[in-house]
Write a protein that binds this ligand. Structure first.
Ligand code: GLU
Length: 428
């Protein structure tokens, strides 16, 4: 999205093709899995506050639902593209499969900038999206969730519209709902915490003490904020965080050599993850150009923003000190950069494994909704930890046994499970 010279869909297909060839997948299964099964593109008219009507483009793409209803977020972004959503829907299939939850992969988006829309306009947009998609989504078809620039409030408006149209209560239609309104405790934290659960496991395997490590994060939205929180609680030291400033139309890296006070930092951050520069200076942060997050002398790099952020153009700026790249975002590394990372022997924890905590907790949310009985936060987080830990261990073991990179090992497990499902159902 932010680096348009790389097409995420082409990258997702390239990754799939290379692993499919390695495991000798038959051609029909390859053809079925290397593209989405269903794609919807529609227009959403919204009456704006000034009385004018604006037409927004909405998308929902269901990559594969052989293992269960399609599952995945809805993003709001001005540079959203159909190919990005195609790639993300595909990655959702692999994500649900690698953590072994009974769900398929889907993704949606609206081309819009919510930073320039009022609450009422955003509500109309959410309701309009559901009106267009109401027949093709639902608890047993396709279950949306929050993603980039969407949150629990948007999910509740969407749920309300869906229930109004269908005339009943369908809490399983959507996840990431507010707690007390069908949402799960721990869902807000889940993606960020999940990222750190797998990091903790990886560092154990690598024989590195987490509480002696330093990290640099790209992005300071929901995922990053909770990942930083847990990483710090476990004793890690965050030295740099970068974030995009929509007013200046560029990113900045905030550096604090002695580590950040997270509570102080979140207090000066808006709901889109933009840190206030002036107030950050008062907290003693150095303010550097946005791209410098990747050049810091730290042990761990955490891209936690958008796709295509580590590219051929900047991969060689990664410090010699970096031992682990933890892909909290979806698709942050381009294939050319990925190759360099492999050659340098940096341990990379791939996106659809690292950030699977969000959808895993969404699955827990569905289970709780179905039982109409909600668990305590400790129970949710403990179940999340155990799911992430076993998924990480399975991928790591395969990577070691078959001399595969972590990304390829994760793909082998995920693709095999989905292939087994489409074959078992007699689709191919
Ligand atoms: N948007 C999140 C993701 O990319 C969560 C999806 C979900 O909960 O369905 O994994």
């Amino acid at each position: 999205m932010s680096n348009t010279s790389y097409n995420p869909y082409a990258i997702a297909q390239q990754q799939f093709d290379s692993v499919a060839a390695k495991i000798g997948l038959d051609s029909a299964t390859c053809e079925l899995l290397r593209q989405p099964m269903r794609e919807y593109h529609f227009l959403i008219p919204v009456k704006m506050d000034d009385g004018s009507v604006k037409i927004f483009n909405g998308y929902r793409i269901q990559h594969n639902d052989a293992r269960g209803p399609a599952k995945g977020g809805i993003r709001f972004h001005p540079q959203e593209t159909i190919d990005t959503i195609r790639a993300l829907s595909m990655w959702m299939t692999w994500k649900c499969s690698v953590v072994d939850i009974p769900l398929g992969g889907g993704k949606g988006g609206i081309i819009c900038d919510p930073r320039n829309l009022s609450e009422r306009e955003q509500e109309q947009l959410c309701r309009g999206y559901v009106r267009q998609m109401a027949r093709n989504v639902g608890p047993v078809q396709d279950v949306p969730a929050p993603d980039v620039m969407t949150n629990a409030k948007h999910m509740l408006w969407m749920l309300d519209e869906y229930e109004t149209i269908h005339g009943g209560k369908y809490p399983g239609f959507i996840t990431g709902k507010p707690v007390g309104m069908g949402g799960s405790l721990g869902r807000t934290e889940a993606t960020g915490f999940g990222v750190i659960y797998v990091l903790r496991e990886a560092l154990k395997k690598l024989g590195i003490a987490l509480d002696k490590t330093t990290a640099s994060f790209q992005g300071f939205g929901n995922v990053s904020q909770y990942a930083v929180r847990l990483y710090q609680q476990l004793g890690g030291n965050v030295l740099a965080i970068s974030c995009y400033d929509a007013k200046d139309k560029k990113a900045y890296t905030f550096r604090k050599k002695d580590g950040f006070n997270l509570d102080a930092l979140t207090r000066i951050t808006d709901s889109y993850g933009t840190i206030d520069k002036d107030k950050a200076k008062e907290l003693g942060c150095d303010i550097l150009p946005g791209e410098e997050w990747i050049e810091q002398d730290v042990d761990i790099l955490v891209p936690a923003a958008l796709e295509n952020q580590i590219t051929a153009a900047n991969v060689n700026n990664i410090s010699k000190q970096v031992k682990v790249i933890l892909e909290a975002a979806n698709g942050p590394t381009t294939p050319d950069a990925d190759k360099v990372i492999e050659e340098r022997g940096i341990f990379l924890i791939p996106d659809f494994l690292a950030n699977a905590g969000g959808v895993t907790c969404s699955y827990f949310e569905q289970v709780q909704c179905n039982q109409n009985y909600f668990w305590g936060k400790d129970e949710v987080l403990q179940k999340l930890d155990s799911k992430m830990t076993s998924a990480f261990n399975a991928v790591y073991e395969l990577a070691c046994n078959k001399s595969l990179r972590m990304r390829d090992a994760a793909y082998v497990i995920a693709i095999n499970r989905v292939a087994q499902s489409v074959k078992g159902r007699g689709w191919v």
